[in-house]
Design a protein around this ligand. Sequence first.
Ligand code: RTP
Ligand code: MG
Length: 141
Amino acid sequence: MAIERTLSIIKPDAVAKNVIGQIYSRFEGAGLKIIAAKMAHLSRGEAEAFYAVHKARPFFNDLVTFMISGPVVISVLEGENAILKHRDLMGATDPKKAEKGTIRADFADSIDANAVHGSDAPETAANEVAFFFPGMNVYSR
Ligand code: RTP
Ligand code: MG
């Protein structure tokens, strides 16, 4: 199994709920290492650029407005099969459909305020890591 890197964002709703540590514990418990991390309050321009793939979708404006509603925690996770492992920990996009015990089932309130973001494929993971950590100031060990 390949060692991968993936981008995680703890969204404004989860930061406001004070569950950063609980979410990090789930990553660590699943064998994912946090190899880069920062807190940021994104500008509208940054959020629009990050979610540019969704520009034509009807939910784009709501998504961007939500993502800039408060600070977020942006991390790079590294581990075996990290991209899929992280998506499994997150659960389905809509928390009502997310499996019991997943981050979204436990901490998310709605499809908009859904607690976490995770890269969905190797190419998007590489792009998203480079977007937030240009020059790869990560601390793999
Ligand atoms: P994310 O990118 O945030 O990890 O979420 P995801 O892959 O599970 O879902 P994606 O399809 O990439 O959508 C990005 C975010 O847009 C919001 N969304 N709203 N109202 C809707 O139908 C709808 N669909 C998506 C969600 O907040 C989703 O996380
Ligand atoms: Mg997505």
